[in-house]
Every structure is written in C-alpha cells, then in structure tokens.
Write a protein that binds this ligand. Structure first.
Ligand code: INI
Length: 196
C-alpha cells in the first residue's frame, strides 16, 4: 500500500524524515454528538453554539450534529459512553461549566468529569473532546464561552474533527494493510524422483 506522505507538522516545526500522521480539519461526511450539561446553562448554551458553529464551518452537515443533554458535568461521562456505544458517531464533544463559587464539591465534579471523559477518550475508539470549563468564578466562565478568551466549545469541536479524521485515516491504513496479499511461498513439488 502507499505510505502516507512525509511532511512537516502543520505547526511548522522541524522537518520529520518519516511519515507524519495528523488529522485534517474537515468534518465533511462525519457525524458528531454534542454531550452537554444543563447546569450553568447560560454558559453551556454559548459553548454549544460555539461547537455547532465550528462544526458547520468544518463542513459537518446540520443533520449530522446531534445534541444530548444531561443534568450536570458529573453525568457527562456516563452519557458520553452511552452515545459512543451507539457507534453512530465519529466524534463526541463534551461540554459543561463547573464554577468553584457555585459548589463546595467543585474539585469532585471536575475530577469525575475529566477522568470519566478521559477514560473514554483513551480507549481510542472514537474521537472525544473535553470542553468542560472549570473556573473560579462566573467572569472566567463568560470569558471562555465566547468573550475575550475565545469559545472552548468551538475549540473542543475542532479537536473532535481533527481526531476523527486522524482515527479514520489510521483505520483506513489498517484495512489497506490487511488487504495486501501475503506473498505465497510455492509448495515443494510432491512428485520428486525417489532415491534409489
Ligand atoms: N454541575 C455542573 O455541571 N457544574 C457545576 O458548577 C455544578 N455545581 O456547582 O455543583 C454541578 N453540580 C451538579 C453535578 O454535576 C451533578 O449533576 C449532581 O451532583 C448530581 O449527580
């Protein structure tokens, strides 16, 4: 099979001699799920809008973006796992907002959300992006939900697009490698003359 082209990383770093595997930023023809908590919805809504807009800009069809809602960030890992198990999607974007002032169990909620989503992502079966804000106060959350610090929902969506593309290429390469016929060693002739 043809080997992937040798190229420099898109970050413009050092030239690399061997093949470089890196996902592209087109989501055309791919399907994505947004898994989003309702807690702190005035922030999460902005993350969802950012994610949706980024996916559309990346060429993902409107009908190929599905939204799943859960009560809080704590429920995101379970719901994301359920969604992954449908095998309908190429990527999942997890969105939520945990704000320290609002909860005495801030660290617990953040840790559970991050480690649960991280465990799913680490399986490497589907592209999973973590766009759950963990902020000290509402101002910080607003800044990351479309104000001066960008939109973490959009950032997470682009991570999902890139990783979905990379996973698809790795799978395609694996299939192509498996399809290459193994060279056949000719069987020895069975009608060799008998030794006298
Ligand atoms: N969930 C959040 O998504 N953000 C928060 O800031 C938050 N606070 O403040 O408590 C929060 N708590 C709810 C939690 O995620 C679960 O829904 C709840 O514990 C029930 O399992």
């Amino acid at each position: 099979m043809s080997r992937p082209e040798t190229k420099a990383s898109s970050y413009g770093g050092a030239e690399h001699d061997g093949p470089v595997h890196e996902g592209g930023l087109s989501g055309n023809g791919r399907r994505f799920a947004i898994v989003a908590a309702r807690f702190n919805d005035f922030i999460v809504e902005k993350l969802i809008d950012g994610a949706r807009a980024a996916l559309r800009r990346a060429g993902v069809g409107q009908e190929d973006i599905e939204l799943f809602r859960c009560p809080g960030a704590m429920e995101i890992p379970g719901l994301a796992r359920k969604v992954a198990d449908t095998s309908k999607f190429d990527g999942i974007i997890c969105l939520g907002a945990v704000i320290r002032g609002a909860t005495p169990h801030f660290d617990l909620v953040v840790r559970e959300a991050a480690s649960g989503v991280g465990a799913l992502a680490a399986e490497g079966k589907i592209a999973v992006a973590f766009g759950v804000l963990a902020c000290d106060n509402i101002e910080q959350a607003v800044e990351r939900a479309g104000a001066k610090a960008g939109n973490r929902g959009a950032d997470a969506a682009m991570v999902a697009v890139e990783m979905a593309d990379l996973y698809a290429h790795i799978e395609a390469e694996k299939k192509a490698e498996a399809a290459v016929p193994v060279s056949v060693v000719p069987a020895p002739p069975t009608d060799l003359p008998r030794r006298k």
